[in-house]
Design a protein around this ligand. Structure first.
Ligand SMILES: NC(=O)c1ccc[n+]([C@@H]2O[C@H](COP(=O)([O-])OP(=O)(O)OC[C@H]3O[C@@H](n4cnc5c(N)ncnc54)[C@H](OP(=O)(O)O)[C@@H]3O)[C@@H](O)[C@H]2O)c1
Length: 265
């Protein structure tokens, strides 16, 4: 009989796909997030706050593996320190952290916090694994949608993404959680590198609209230089998902069509 696995942020876009994979492998799962949620078969929900260091002692008590996915725009460094300290105090066997590709290369607060979170985990004394992942298709979608509404498509020079599918990230995280601590594992990114204009062009095409003129824009400062140098991109050693932006868009459009049709019925 295995001890439970704690998934912080198990209700988020990635977490709610990781949790059923762990349950399907026969594990009991505890989910920690800030808002109350009902329990379900194999899943106990606990309220807590990783940034405020609330509820972590109870959540980690008797747990074998912690999958730390809870995250926000700020505070991920502090949250990781709290989770790592609680995991250590509870004698956790494996602490798995999700981070972001380019964490230690991008001069942006969110990335810096992720780099500090990685250090907190690696220095915790708990055997650990860190997986850096690229932006999900879901995160890129609202950016592409907003840009597609404009009469011209902004094309910041050097800004590229390699979006990855949430299900492929969830599968990899579940496999890592069920495996042995592995330290820093190869980054996980999507199968293609796309600039904003290409993302927007596919979005307009999916909506059966004509392409818009591209408006090249300079990207200033250290952030611009980092993007131009591809500091946010995974290198040749990365693992690549197989699901493309186009496949994601088509599936998303079909889902919205189906919801609209169901609503009208
Ligand atoms: N999405 C991406 O493109 C991407 C790329 C690379 C890395 N990541 C990282 O992957 C992780 C998961 O991303 P996601 O897209 O699934 O995020 P998400 O959809 O925003 O979900 C965040 C989850 O964390 C919980 N949470 C947030 N702040 C918390 C706090 N202080 N204490 C406890 N729980 C908290 C949220 O639940 P409540 O709101 O109920 O607390 C939710 O379950 C994050 O660490 C993110 O930085 C994401």
């Amino acid at each position: 009989m295995h001890a439970p696995i704690l998934v912080t942020g198990g209700t988020g876009t990635i977490g709610r796909r990781v949790v059923p994979l762990l349950v399907a492998s026969g594990r009991q799962v505890r989910v920690l997030s800030r808002h109350p949620r009902p329990d379900s078969p194999g899943v106990t929900h606990l309220e807590g706050d990783t940034v405020a260091d609330r509820g972590l002692e109870a959540a980690t008590d008797g747990v074998e593996v912690v999958v730390h996915l809870a995250g926000g725009r700020t505070g991920d460094d502090l949250a990781a320190r709290h989770v790592a300290a609680a995991a250590r105090a509870a004698g956790v066997r494996h602490l798995l952290l999700v981070s972001v590709v380019g964490a230690d290369r991008m001069p942006i607060g969110y990335f810096r916090a992720k780099a500090a979170a990685e250090q907190a985990v690696a220095g915790s004394g708990v055997p650990w694994t860190v997986l850096r992942v690229a932006q999900l298709h879901d995160l890129v979608l609202p950016v592409a949608r907003a840009a597609a509404r404009l009469p011209v498509t902004p094309a910041p020079r050097g800004l590229r993404f390699e979006p990855v599918h949430r299900d492929e990230v969830a599968r990899r995280l579940a496999d890592l959680a069920l495996g042995e601590p592995a330290g820093r594992v190869p980054d996980l990114a999507g199968p293609e590198v796309l600039d904003l204009a290409a993302l927007v062009a596919s979005f307009r095409e999916a909506e059966d609209r004509r392409p818009a003129r591209r408006l090249p824009l300079p990207l200033a400062g250290a952030v611009g230089r980092a993007y131009r140098e591809g500091a946010n991109l995974a290198g040749p050693d990365a693992r690549r998902g197989t699901r493309t932006w186009q496949e994601f868009l088509t599936a998303t459009m079909l889902d919205s069509f189906k919801s609209a049709a169901d609503g009208a019925a």
